[in-house]
Ligand binder design. Structure first.
Ligand code: FAD
Length: 470
């Protein structure tokens, strides 16, 4: 082992190979449910150094766990407990390599924090639309490796749709320079799409060329109280018809999820909390003017009230109010964590089937575990719900998890499958869901995935046990 450590030190400089002291920032997952043990944490500063690290590990047969901001939610970016895996942290590689204003593209190192990318685009009056609550810590490499979604997907797509080119270090330590800014390029297999969403199992992303958009003239936020999930779906249809591509956000939040924000963050004001089973947050981005956006929004909400798909609604008066409304939505994950551990699901179902899915699955869970509480919220505009299951009021969350986690997962995922959905909408598979995947994916799909893995990483050194079970 000293041999490989020496080689890693030669590749990156000894200061960037960490083996002692508190390594929990790299070894523990964001939800603090898993604590691994790394052989070393290696922090290369360039693509050439990443390639040298991978070559050294490949020669020694040492497994590599690529890591960005370590905000992933499916245990994909931390080492296992064996003490034999190298964590390859990309965080030192954080340069904006260049912005091409005319081509509307930006090329960045993989370790760039998402918020820094958004800010660099904004300085040019341009928009990089990927947006999620972890944006102050997660990296572009991690976003692409997990094909992250977030709050703007219904207008701009997932991370996959926002990436035109990639630079990747292969499992053999070669550098593939695919950093193109082309919007059209049909020259054979699209390698970039293989690496996006592969969760560090096929290659190490070292840089990306990203799509930018003109900054809207105005972005307004509204909140609507809705009587049930079917009404929320009708409101979505109405908003899409009226606002078209101006509709850039459509988030649904169940009353219990919102009440947890009220309980644990009393300083935040939750609109219409006690008046309706669901709240909906809408965002309208307009390229004309704020007055135009406001007029459109008010007309939409009036129509929604008339049609009975909203019982009350308000448009934020100014940016501060809009931030407050988004803050309520983004505080749900923290509020539920403060209430205690719960069984988390990041699922998608065709939007048309979400009301029936919720009605049936809510009833099933309540029948099987009386008093169980559902923290249901998410990106309804993309058919993506975070359908989380919390212990009955007063129950011990850890005991609840020990006793019910497996059964709850099976009930929810079987329901998702029955309704034609996916057991991972945006967080990925990681280690957490690797054993579940074979139950819900066809043998043909799994066999193709194994062939791709074997072709690109025949030694199996890149993030073993993640996505595909060992
Ligand atoms: P990490 O956690 O470090 O890694 C994630 C995976 O990517 C691991 O498998 C890792 O091996 C791999 N990886 C990382 N970097 C590279 C690289 N350079 N090359 C190859 N593989 C790599 N996700 C959403 O999609 N939508 C949301 O709305 C959302 N909200 C979130 C809110 C909170 C509060 C938190 C904590 C997380 C949220 N997430 C969300 C999870 C999301 O997946 C991550 O935030 C983000 O995409 C991961 O980026 P990261 O840099 O932290 O990656």
């Amino acid at each position: 082992m000293t041999d490989i450590l020496d080689q890693l030190r030669r590749a990156t400089g000894a200061a960037h190979v960490l083996t002692d002291g508190d390594l929990s920032a790299w070894e523990q997952d964001w939800r603090k449910r898993v604590r691994g043990k790394a052989l070393a944490v290696v922090r290369p500063g360039s693509t050439a150094e990443v390639a040298a690290v991978v070559r050294a590990c490949a020669a020694a047969g040492v497994p590599i766990v690529p890591q960005g901001g370590n905000t992933g939610l499916v245990v994909g970016g931390v080492p296992d407990a064996s003490g034999t895996q190298v964590v390859l942290s990309l965080r030192r590689m954080a340069a904006i390599r260049g912005i091409d204003r005319e081509n509307l593209t930006m090329t960045v190192d993989a370790g760039c924090v998402l918020q820094a990318v958004q800010e660099a685009a904004a300085r040019e009056q341009l928009l990089f639309p990927l947006s999620l609550a972890a944006e102050g810590s997660c990296t572009i490499g991690g976003n692409l490796a997990t094909n992250a979604g977030g709050t703007q997907v219904l207008r701009y797509g997932n991370a996959r749709e926002l990436c035109l080119g990639l630079e990747v270090v292969t499992a053999q330590g070669e550098v593939w320079d695919g950093l193109t800014g082309l919007r059209k390029d049909n020259t054979g297999y699209d390698l970039r799409q293989l690496f996006i969403g592969s969760e560090g199992t096929l290659g190490v992303i070292t840089a990306a060329t990203l799509k930018l958009y003109p900054m809207p003239a105005a972005t307004l936020t509204a909140w609507a109280a809705v009587p049930d999930m079917a009404a929320a779906v009708r409101l979505l249809q109405l908003a899409q018809a009226r606002l078209g591509s101006g509709l850039t956000g459509f988030e649904v939040m169940g009353q219990f999820a919102l009440s947890l924000v009220g309980r644990h963050m009393p300083q935040l004001r939750v609109p219409f909390l006690h008046d309706s089973p669901y709240g909906v947050l809408l965002e309208n981005s307009d390229h004309e003017s704020e007055a135009h956006a406001r007029g459109q929004f008010e007309a939409l909400l009036e129509a929604a009230l008339e049609a009975g798909c909203a019982t009350d609604a308000v448009v934020a008066e100014n940016l501060a109010q809009a931030h407050q409304l988004w803050h309520v939505r983004e505080s749900i994950p923290l509020a539920q964590a403060q209430e205690g551990l719960n069984v988390k699901h990041d699922i998608s179902v065709p939007i048309s089937r979400i009301p029936a899915f919720c009605a049936e699955t809510d009833a099933l869970l309540d029948r099987e575990i009386p008093g169980v509480r559902l923290v249901n919220f998410g990106h309804l505009g993309d058919g993506n719900l975070h359908y989380n299951v919390q212990a009955p009021e007063g129950g011990d969350p850890s005991a609840f998890l020990r006793e019910h986690e497996e059964r709850v997962n099976t009930m929810v995922y079987d329901q998702v499958h029955k309704f034609g959905g996916s057991i991972s909408a945006e967080h990925g598979i990681g280690e957490l869901k690797a054993a579940k995947l074979p139950h819900y994916k066809s043998e043909v799909a799994l066999s193709l995935m194994r062939s791709v893995k074997h072709a690109l990483d025949p030694q199996g050194i890149l993030n073993p046990g993640r996505v595909l079970d060992r």
